[in-house]
Design a protein. Structure first.
Length: 207
């Protein structure tokens, strides 16, 4: 490969990376869809449902106007009504005429406050940090540069978009000793189910 071909290849990769980030940004702008502000928090004497205490494994996804938003990770609920959530956030954007979607994956680390009755759970995300860990354009992986992403406007836009959600409301559909089923609304007046399974792990400290 000569110098001109090398420069063209690098430019093509950069262009492809910018394209998928723009698509992801459009999805980010609506990522708060199922996290719409809930104006009337659950009513109970102390807002603490002890059945939630501990760490839970969860995996779910919901449709967005450009594709799908998915999360897989753990959430730990503490007795002082704070929580910590960690895991993989994946944004998938479908493009007309492309055989495969664009996918951007982030390491997600957040914390906030929660309260619950027997029927409803309300969480409010107060802090979040994201780290870019993977990019795929039309099914082809693209090299990522976490250090560059950490200083980029995209990172700021993503984190601000998540925090704009303010709070999330869930209907509690069932509660067992080691499993809780929640239901919440998506962007398109649809609903989806989140199944949480209790783990024996515990975070070493609250964030």
């Amino acid at each position: 490969m000569n110098g001109n071909e090398g420069r063209f290849s690098r430019r093509a990769k950069i262009f492809a990376l910018c394209t998928v980030f723009i698509a992801a940004s459009e999805t980010i702008s609506t990522i708060a869809g199922p996290w719409l502000t809930y104006l009337y928090p659950p009513q109970s004497p102390d807002g603490l449902n002890p059945k939630f205490l501990g760490m839970w494994q969860e995996k779910y996804e919901y449709p967005d106007r450009n594709g799908l938003v998915g999360f897989e990770g753990t959430t730990q609920f503490f007795a002082n009504k704070t929580y910590t959530v960690r895991g993989l956030l994946k944004i998938t954007a479908f493009k007309s005429g492309s055989p495969s979607p664009d996918v951007v994956s982030y390491d997600f680390n957040g914390n906030g406050e929660w309260q619950a009755t027997d029927d409803e759970l309300l969480t409010k995300l107060l802090n979040v940090k994201t780290g870019l860990i993977g990019v795929s354009v039309a099914g082809q992986p693209i090299p990522v540069y976490p250090a560059v992403y950490a200083q980029s406007a995209l990172k700021t836009e993503l984190e601000q978009g998540l925090l704009l959600a303010q709070s999330q409301q869930y209907d509690i559909r069932s509660v067992k000793k080691n499993e809780i089923t929640l239901e919440t609304n998506g962007l398109h007046a649809d609903s989806y189910i989140i199944n949480m399974t209790r783990t024996k792990q515990m975070y070493l400290r609250q964030l």
